[in-house]
Design a protein around this ligand. Sequence first.
Ligand code: GL7
Ligand code: PLP
Length: 791
Amino acid sequence: MNANELRESILRHLEFSQGKDLAHSSTFDMRMALTLAIRDRVIEPWFRATRATYAAQSKRVYYLSMEFLIGRLLEDAVMNLGLTEMAQEAVTGLGFDFRAVLDDEPDAALGNGGLGRLAACFLDSMSTLGCPAYGYGIRYEHGLFRQSFGPDGRQVEDAEEWLRQSHGWEFERPEASFRIGFGGSVAESGRSAVWTPESAVMAKAFDTPVVGWQAKWANTLRLWSAEPLRAFDLAAFNAGDFTAAAAPEALARTISRVLYPDDTTAQGKELRLKQEFFFTAASLRDILRRFSAENSDLSALPSRVAIQMNDTHPAIAGPELVRLLTDERGMEFETAVDTARACLGYTNHTLLPEALERWSESLMGAVLPRHMQIIERIDDLHARQHPTRKSSIVENGEVKMGDLSFIMAHRVNGVSALHTELVKSTVFADLHALHPERIVNETNGVTPRRWLKGSNPGLSTLITETIGEGWEDDLERLVELEPAIEDRAFRDRFAAVKAKNKAHLADWVKGEMGIALNPDAMFDVQIKRFHEYKRQHLNILETIALWQEIRQNPTADWAPRVKIFGGKAAPGYVMAKEIIHLINNVARVVNADPLTRDLLTVVYPANYNVTMAERLIPASDLSEQISTAGKEASGTGNMKFSLNGALTIGTLDGANVEIRELVGPENFFLFGMTADEVVERRRHPDHASSAIAASPRLSGAIDAIEAGTFSEGDRGMYRMITQNLRAHDYFTVCADFDSYWDAQRRVDHAWFDRDHWTRMAALNCARSGWFSSDRTIKGYMNDIWNVTPMI
Ligand code: GL7
Ligand code: PLP
C-alpha cells in the first residue's frame, strides 16, 4: 500500500462511511475514516489466519477473561501494520493534526488494572506469535468509571461512555447469538437432567480483529453483549404503559451494562455471578459449535481446544462444560469431567482472601440450579478419588471458586516465581499435595510493541540505531545494548531521550493541571490502582517527612523531586479513597510552600488509564513498587518502567524479585521486609507502635497529619488513616518506613551522579527483554495449552 492509496481509502470512508465531505469533516470523522481505512488493511491477515487455522485443523486457544483493558487501538494497529509514517503523511496532507486524530479515540477501559491489562498484552502476543486464539469477554456498555477530584480533593466517579460514539473497530455478529438462561428448575430422569431456566437473555457477539506485529497473523477478540429475547412489550405499550413496555430490554441489557469497578475484591452481587455465567456460557457454546463443525467425536475436544480461565471469574466454565457434555450431548459424567479438565487451565492472580471468589450455595443454587448439582458431584468424585483430602469445594454454605477451578483444570499457574511458590504453600497447599504436578509458574510480561515501540519512539529509535531492527518481537536482543552502554556518547543520547520525554510530560501536566514541573528534577512515579497493600500511604508519609526535613534544612544538598501519583480506588473502598484525599491535600500544601518549591512537587493527575500510562512511563526516572511483600502477585507496571529506563525502588514482592535478579541488585533500590518477615513481624501486637516510637521521621509525619497540617487545621480529618497506622497497620507501613526512607536517600545519592544513573537506567532497559509477554505466551503454549505457533 502506498500513501496515495491510503489517502484515497480515507477519503472514501469519509464520504461513504461517515457521509461527510472533507471540508465539513470533524476530527471525529477523520478518526473514524482512518480507523476504517486501517481496519480494511487488517482484514487480509485476519482472513488469512482464520483460513490457515481451519486448513491445518489446529488447536485453538480460548482466553476467557472478564476484563480486557485494551486502551486505544488505532495507533497500535497502525504501528503493527508498519503504516505509522504513511498514515501521518496522509492525515496531515488532508489538513488534520495526526496527534489530535489519534487522541480523539476514547480508551476502551474494559478492565480495572493489571489483570485486564495483562489480558490485552496477551492478545497482542498471541497474534504476534501466530498462536490461533480467541479472547472472550463482555462488551461492557460502561467501562471503568471516569475519575475526577472534587474541590476538597476527594475522588469523584462518573460513568464512562466509550460506546457513545460508534466503535470503529468492531463487527457486529447477530448470527453468533446464544440464549443464556438463569434460575428455574431441574428435572432429573435417570442419568440425565433437564434444566428449565426461569429467565433468559441473548448473548450477541461483537468481533474486534487483533493484528500482531508486522501483520503476520491476526486473532479475534469476541465480546458478548446482552440483549433481550423480545425487545419490546407491544401489548404494554398499546395499553399506555411505556415503562413496562421497555422493561424487558432494560433488564436484559443490565447484564453487560457495567464493569464492576473492583480491583482484587470479589463482588458478592448476584449480577456479577450472572455476568460471569453469561459470558462463560456463551463462549463455551461458541467453542463447541466451532468444534462440532469440524469434528464429530467429542473425545477429541482436548486436542483441538484449550480454554484458559483468567482468574476465577470464568470458573463456572468447569461445571458448564460438564453440563454441556453430559446433559446436552450424552457423555458419561466422569468422562465429561476428565475431558473438560484436559481442556481447561486456570491462572491465579492473587492470594488476597477478599479476592478469592466464594458464592453462597443458596445464591448459586437459585441462579444456576443445575450447576450447583454438578459442582457437588465434582466435589464428591474428587473426594472419592482422593480420600485424604482435607477440604471440599462447598464448605460452610459457600462454593469456593478457587478450589473448583483448581480441580477442574489440568494446569494451575501463578504469575511470578514468588507468587507461584506462595500459591503452593498457602491457598492451595492441600490440593497441591494431592496434585503436585498441576501448579506451574508463568511470570507475567508486557507487550514491547505498545509499551516501548509505540509509547517511547525516542528510545525505540535509539535502540534500533544501536542494535538494528528486529528487537520488537525478539526482546531479549536488548542485551546487545550492553556494550554500547559503556560508551559515554550512547549514555548521553539515552539521557537526552529521557529528558525529552520528561519535557513532553511537563508540558502536558502544565496544560492539564496548571502546575509547572522542573524537568531537571527526578520524576518519581507511583501509578496503579489504590489499595492498602500497594501502600501509596507509605509513599505519601515519606513525602511528608521529606518536606519537613527540607523545611528544617532548606539549603542542604537535596535532590529535587517531582512525586507523581496516579490511580483509581474502587468506589466502595473507603480507606483507599481517604488515601487519595490525603495525597491531594498534601499536594496542595506542599506545592504552595515557597521554602520547598524548587525541591519538592507533588502531582496527581486524575483518571489514570492506559493512555496516561503510555505518557508517564517513558518519562519516569524512579518506579515505585513498594507493596507489602507477599501481597502483589506479580505486577506488570514494574516491568514497563524498567523496560523504559526507570530505576525501581521496591520490595521483594511479585515480579520485583525477578526484575532485580535480571537487572542486577546494584541497579535496583531494595528495601523492606521479606514476605516471611512480614508474617513474623505481624505476630508482634506492637509492630506498628514500636516502629512509630523508634522513628522520629515517621512519627513527625503522622503527627503533622493529625495536627491538621493538610486539612486546614481539622485534626480529625484523616483519623481513619492515622488510627489504622497506629493501631493495626496490617500492611506494615510503619515497620517498613525507615527502611524505605533510607532507600530513598540512596536514590538521592545516586541521582547526583547523573551519568552513573543513566548507566543503571540503560542497563535496566537492556536486561528487561525477558519481560516480553511473547516469552510469557510461549510458556503458556508449551506448558499449558500444548499449541504450536502457526508462523
Ligand atoms: C492482579 C495482581 O494483583 C497483579 O499483581 C498482577 O500483576 C495482575 C496480573 O497477573 O493480577 N490480580 C488481580 O486480581 N488484579 C491484578 O492486577 C486486579
Ligand atoms: N492500570 C494500567 C492502566 C496499567 O497500564 C497497568 C500496568 O501497566 C496497571 C494498571 C497495573 O499496574 P501494577 O502492575 O503497577 O499494579
